[in-house]
Design a protein around this ligand. Sequence first.
Ligand SMILES: Cc1cc2nc3c(=O)[nH]c(=O)nc-3n(C[C@H](O)[C@H](O)[C@H](O)COP(=O)(O)OP(=O)(O)OC[C@H]3O[C@@H](n4cnc5c(N)ncnc54)[C@H](O)[C@@H]3O)c2cc1C
Length: 419
Amino acid sequence: MSEFNESDVRAEVRAWLEANWSPDYGLVEWRNKLIDSGWGCPHWPREWYGRGLPVGLVPVVDEEFARVGAVGVAKVGIRVLAAATILDHGTDEQKRRYLRPSLTGEEAWCQLFSEPGSGSDAAGAVTRADRHGDHWVVNGQKLWTSGAQKADFGLLLARTDWDKPKHAGLSYFILKMKQPGVVVQPLQQMNGHATFNQVFITDARVEADQLVGKEGGGWAVTTTTLMHERRSADGLRHWGMAANPRPGRIYQEERAEIEVALAPYKWYPNRAGRVDLVLPRARETGKIDDPVVRQEIARLLVLAKSAEWTARRARTAQEQGRPQGPEGSLGKLAASHVARTAARVHTLISGADALLSGPQSTMNGTIAEILVSVPATSIAGGTDEIQRNIIAERVLGMPREASVDTDKPFRDVPRNQVG
Ligand SMILES: Cc1cc2nc3c(=O)[nH]c(=O)nc-3n(C[C@H](O)[C@H](O)[C@H](O)COP(=O)(O)OP(=O)(O)OC[C@H]3O[C@@H](n4cnc5c(N)ncnc54)[C@H](O)[C@@H]3O)c2cc1C
């Protein structure tokens, strides 16, 4: 039986906000106050800026924040995954150094896992980290790195032992991005945004105390990051990137944050399919009266609702003490299915207009942006096929996919790139 109940939590957070919240704070000043109070990340442990609340009660806190328009801690981008991973695997020193500036939004993160030859097969990474006395020297290339242009630190997966089998020779580091050996090149996407980058790493330096977890234990840490990523892709996440038009210093600073720091992520709500726009658009265009379109809308809404309930069930299981597990893959796969179906229904509603972008197009090009952004949902954080493999093996207990490269020294595994 939990020591927390909804009405007590609601009353407590409401009283705290009444006593403390003001839009006249500076953004970082307020977020520091929030972090000290534990209300910024209420489900985190008490000793690390939280209140130890069950995950299931976090929406209660969010509702109270929304009621008075209070701004939360920085929650957009890879910083969320960095914080969750460091919280799980970091040393106390790493938690002290990295958690707070991530929550205030002063430091940004990126995820340096994927490489030209290893995306789905992240454990096949050939970026190498070699120990030189008190530090590591890193060489390699990463690809698809969201937010690397603005990142202060990267979550780096690198190979530290070529004689161990594939998964056992990897280590996980915090890489300082702003250093001479790290070059970031943005990549333009078909939706016009440039969220991704390729990152070239040449003799970059990583201090010994920036190793997360054990040397050779990088795969376990990576799995934690990926499980959090998949869970956050289950459709329950609100990206919180709508600029709040209210007056007040803090809103002004938040708008500036959205405009500059969060610009690469602007299209993220659209890649989820924007189910919320389907009914208003159907009414606006009169397509709501078309029985075939109505049927498709109904199917989409049923699908979206059942995906939401599945995701909520997974979160409740977590709240009851089960660690973050493979059920994140179910949520991610469902979110991807919903996004694709939503894109199809938007096309049915808007017809050829859905292809137009620019100021005179339908909803200023939003529908077109949805159509070209939705495919990313089925790739980012592990493709649909990879989620199906995880569900088959780890949820349904089916036999593992045949593997030809996990039982020998990685040095002897045939691959395209020379390590
Ligand atoms: C929006 C977005 C943001 C991203 N952000 C980041 C980031 O910040 N950091 C980062 O490191 N990466 C990032 N990625 C990369 C992403 O993780 C990879 O694109 C993804 O893991 C797939 O890898 P790949 O592109 O190399 O495709 P591949 O692995 O080459 O896959 C090609 C195709 O083969 C299929 N396939 C591969 N292996 C199997 C298998 N075993 N069984 C069945 N089918 C298989 C795949 O499903 C896919 O259809 C991002 C991607 C997107 C779209």
